[in-house]
Design a protein around this ligand. Structure first.
Ligand code: FAD
Ligand code: MLT
Ligand code: ZN
Length: 472
């Protein structure tokens, strides 16, 4: 661990005492109040941050969440809401001794309506389980990401998670029709809705999409689920230059248009590292500077296959695509997706990794990777880029054997300054959490930050919800 939390001054919160624990035991039952073996809740996914919580609470209903927060607010006990704990910015773990409020038990899919496409789901439902329930009636959740086997839909909403389908379905501000959230006071805010169209005043649900547990605890939501596509094809292609990547992206939008469902980029260092680390990965092609994973999802297999094959052969004829493979076989489609999904895990598992998740104008998308490689020199083992090209979202990663101050100083705040100069976003999809809160001003002006602070005060006057995160 890099003990960056050591420098944090504990807020003026009450200390948890035995009476509090007994109170929570009476409220939830002893089984749902944990005071031992809390590492899994205290340590972040990247193992960069270890908090020191002494208490994990697992409510089983909205009323229980409300009762917990009412007590914490009265006593001024700080709380960190936690979903699947797959967040990558240290937002889901305590920084000091905050109580962990885990949504794990609120995990039911309450309804999925085949006709309207609307699903009502509790916040703690694991994304993959939710998607399976939707698929049982021919629908799908319009969100897919590598952490789907662990992350919660409530965590996804709270981070406004992006993932690999944004290019097709847009982000969660469009798909989430309503939320139920419990405020710090214990009041339950019912913003559930079953309609796309609802212009009755301020669109308050949006405040809970991406506010990272700082304004309230999301307990339930309604989601518009599209029909699952009957025909899914994936092209995995090798390219020689980033210029060719851009040309291929434009061609994909022009020629695959209505069936394009994903457009991902992996550079050779990220790709080689994943294949080297996970021997089970099988790639149909190797040896190119850039790889693109392009997926189509439609309803007519013959038409879709013809389109994607034509797209590849045209790209090859123009010399933009060097080699590639197209498959509609579900097993092979999964094999190819696995390569993309394992890229971040290989980097995290192998060594220490500084991770940046930025939005950049497409023409400047990859330049920063080369600049940073040069800047880090031999201090870094890998400086690579991959990500959601279709959404202008680059994942820039700098690996080194161990946390290293020298590299740290070379990459931060440089990456944020560079991004800000290009009017990009310093957090495209992972959020601000703990790790990026000092850099918020690179993407938001002082007036916007003041308004954020005022909103925070209004929702949570005692600042008990997820302190030390997002805002300084
Ligand atoms: P947690 O990590 O538990 O929490 C994240 C934040 O949300 C915290 O601030 C927490 O306090 C808050 N929170 C959680 N649940 C609630 C709730 N019910 N109410 C209020 N606040 C809550 N992210 C992307 O956007 N796109 C990707 O493609 C992507 N791929 C990933 C791949 C891998 C392998 C990994 C490890 C992570 C990836 N992530 C990605 C990051 C992460 O999975 C997402 O941010 C995800 O949405 C977090 O969900 P979670 O349930 O794990 O939330
Ligand atoms: C991804 O797209 O793979 C995730 O957002 C995780 C990462 O950035 O590494
Ligand atoms: Zn991502």
């Amino acid at each position: 661990f890099t003990q960056i939390t050591d420098k944090v001054q504990r807020g003026n919160y009450a200390q948890l005492n035995d009476k509090d624990v007994v109170h929570f035991e009476q409220l939830l039952g002893k089984n749902h109040v944990l005071t031992e073996d809390l590492d899994a809740y205290n340590i972040c996914f990247q193992k960069r941050i270890r908090g020191n919580s002494k208490l994990v609470l697992k409510p089983g209903s909205t009323d229980e969440v409300a009762a917990i927060l009412r007590h914490c607010n009265e006593r001024r006990l700080a709380v960190v809401p936690q979903g699947g704990n797959t967040g990558l910015v240290g937002g889901s773990v305590p920084i000091c001794d905050e109580i962990v409020l885990s949504l794990q038990r609120l995990n039911k899919v309450l309804s999925v309506d085949e006709v309207t496409g609307i699903a009502i789901v509790e916040a703690g439902c694991i994304l993959e389980n939710f998607d399976q329930r939707a698929r049982d009636v021919g629908l799908t959740v319009p969100l897919d990401l590598g952490a789907k086997a662990s992350c919660h839909i409530g965590g996804n909403v709270s981070t406004n998670a992006g993932g690999v389908r944004v290019v097709r379905y847009g982000n969660l501000h469009g798909s989430v029709l309503g939320v139920e959230a419990v405020l710090a006071s214990g009041q339950v805010l019912d913003l559930m809705s079953n309609f796309k169209k609802d212009n009755t005043g301020y669109h308050m649900k949006h405040l809970f999409i991406g506010s990272e547990g700082t304004l309230g605890v999301v307990t339930k939501l309604s989601m518009l689920c599209p029909h699952a596509s009957k025909s899914v094809n994936v092209a995995f292609i090798g390219l020689n230059s980033f210029d060719d990547v851009l040309k291929t992206f434009v061609s994909a939008k022009r020629n695959l248009g209505e069936i394009l469902s994903s457009c991902e980029l992996i550079d050779h260092l990220a790709f080689d590292n994943a294949l080297d680390h996970y021997k089970f990965l099988k790639s149909p092609i190797t040896g190119y500077p850039f790889y693109m994973l392009i997926e189509t999802s439609g309803s007519n297999a013959t038409h879709d296959e013809e389109k994607i094959n034509q797209f590849i052969s045209d790209g090859m004829e123009r010399g933009e695509i060097i080699d590639g493979t197209v498959t509609g076989d579900p097993g092979k489609v999964q094999e190819i997706w696995k390569i993309r999904e394992m890229v971040p895990l290989a980097l995290i598992e192998k060594s220490f990794c500084f991770k940046y998740d930025i939005s950049l104008p497409l023409r400047d998308f990859y330049g920063i990777v080369d600049v940073l490689r040069e800047r880090c020199g031999p201090l870094a083992t890998i400086v690579c880029g991959y990500g959601h090209l279709g959404d202008s979202n680059l994942h820039l990663n700098v690996s080194c054997e161990h946390f290293n101050e020298d590299i740290y100083k070379r990459v931060e705040p440089f990456v944020y300054e560079y991004t800000s100069q290009l009017k990009g976003s310093i957090s495209a999809e992972h959020g601000i959490g703990f790790l990026k809160k000092n850099y918020l001003h690179y993407s938001k002006n002082p007036i916007a930050i003041d308004w954020m602070r005022d909103m925070k005060k209004m929702f949570d006057p005692n600042a008990i919800l997820n302190p030390y995160k997002m805002l300084n």
